[in-house]
Design a protein around this ligand. Structure first.
Ligand SMILES: *Cc1c(COP(=O)(O)O)cnc(C)c1O
Length: 393
């Protein structure tokens, strides 16, 4: 039977739980606060949040108040933290849905305090200190002032002090230790000013997997949850990829040598008979344009690797299936994930497209159906099993 979707992403919840367990082991006594911003890095935030909440995650990180709202509407009651900042128009939703937010200036503290008082609620905030990222966050020398402003505002409650690391290499980069040192000094000043310290949180995935003892009381892993670590970092092999991206073949045809394919005709067939398959997935769905333009992409069909040929369009791309025996319309093509003995990893796609894995998963388009798959048998993996899972479920 042909799959019921043109293009879909299978989200392997068993792999997610496996990765959470690995993360917990690396975190030791620290709390693990999974990061689900950007729709859980493109994986679909509600299903990921449910899995994390069921595994006991005490807090989840999101990117903005809209994402927090989506989780509340999806029935997630776990404390939520907007990791960055919010604009004024988002504040009523934060207050209504008990969503915490990072603060990094006295004026922000006053504004949030006034809004919380008017609403008659107490708003949880996390003081964000810039220790070297150079983006959001109060400068370390001003941290005490902002911490005091929070302490003096009865409608605000300081629930965390945080910083964010800049290096993709975690503790393998000396800049990370320097940031920790700046953070430590700022925390010591806050304590010396007689202000009580709430939970301290700093480590992202890269730091968590490279530090013997990550600094702080809680860690905020994102990419590792999804089974990905920036390449070369220790621990990557022990994580399991959560995402598979698949499409079904919608058209097949045989073309003679010299046939141009796609916009600009930048690729031409060479063999005397080339079999082309059209897939209903394009750059709008998150397949990077550069994969086609530079002839670097591939898809798996019936366990064989097939090159993407010609430019990737908005809605479609074309692959060369000449070497696939018995290929048919309706066959599953895997752009990310495993099929038989072959596997295409997100890291591989990112490298081929000249970007980072984060951008690949976050760019999955709205048309891509996210299908949570909860298979406990790893042996059952693969497009056929997945198709059976959502047809039979
Ligand atoms: C995205 C994010 C994280 C998670 O980073 P990963 O590299 O995906 O582990 C942690 N903290 C903050 C503030 C973030 O924005």
């Amino acid at each position: 039977m042909r799959p019921p979707h043109r293009v879909w992403a299978e989200i392997d919840l068993a792999a997610l739980r496996h990765n959470l367990a690995r993360i917990r082991r690396a975190a030791g006594r620290r709390q693990v606060w999974p990061v689900l911003k950007a729709n859980a890095y493109g994986h679909g935030a509600v299903a990921v949040a449910r899995t994390c909440a069921a595994a006991g995650a005490p807090r989840l990180g999101v990117g903005d108040s809209g994402e927090a709202l989506d989780l509340r509407e999806g029935g997630i009651e776990t404390p939520l933290l907007v990791l960055g900042t919010v604009i004024d128009a988002e504040v009523p939703a934060l207050l209504r849905h008990r969503v915490e937010v990072g603060v990094h200036s006295e004026s922000r503290v006053r504004m949030l305090g006034a809004a919380a008082r008017r609403a008659g609620v107490r708003l949880g905030v996390h003081l964000k200190i810039d220790t070297g990222m150079g983006r959001l966050g109060v400068r370390p020398e001003a941290a005490v002032r902002v911490a005091r402003a929070v302490a003096e505002e009865p409608a605000l409650e300081l629930r965390g002090v945080m910083t964010h690391y800049a290096s993709p290499d975690g503790c393998l980069d000396p800049a990370t230790a320097e940031q920790t040192e700046v953070f430590r000094r700022a925390l010591a000043e806050i304590a010396a000013a007689g202000l009580s310290l709430p939970p301290i949180h700093a480590a992202n995935s890269a730091v968590l997997f490279t530090a013997g003892e990550p600094f702080g009381d809680a860690v905020r892993p994102g990419i590792a949850l999804y089974g990905i670590l920036p390449s070369g970092l220790p621990g990557a092999a022990k994580l399991r990829p959560v995402l598979s991206l698949r499409a079904q073949i919608v058209f097949l045809k045989d073309v003679p040598a010299g046939t141009p394919v796609g916009y600009g005709g930048r690729w031409r067939s060479t063999g005397s008979k080339t079999r082309l398959a059209v897939l209903p997935i394009g750059y709008n769905d998150g397949l990077p344009y550069r994969l086609g333009a530079e002839g670097r992409g591939a898809a798996l069909v019936r366990g064989r690797r097939c090159p993407i040929v010609g430019a990737i369009s908005m809605d479609y791309c074309t692959i060369d299936v000449s070497r696939v025996e018995g290929v048919q319309v309706g066959d599953v093509a895997t752009l990310v994930g495993g099929d038989g003995d072959e596997r295409i990893r997100v890291q591989e796609v990112a490298e081929a497209a000249g970007t980072i894995p984060y951008e690949i998963t976050c760019s999955l388009g709205a048309r891509v159906r996210r299908i949570p798959v909860d298979r406990t048998e790893p042996a059952a993996a693969g497009p056929a099993a997945a198709a059976a899972a959502f047809l039979g479920a």
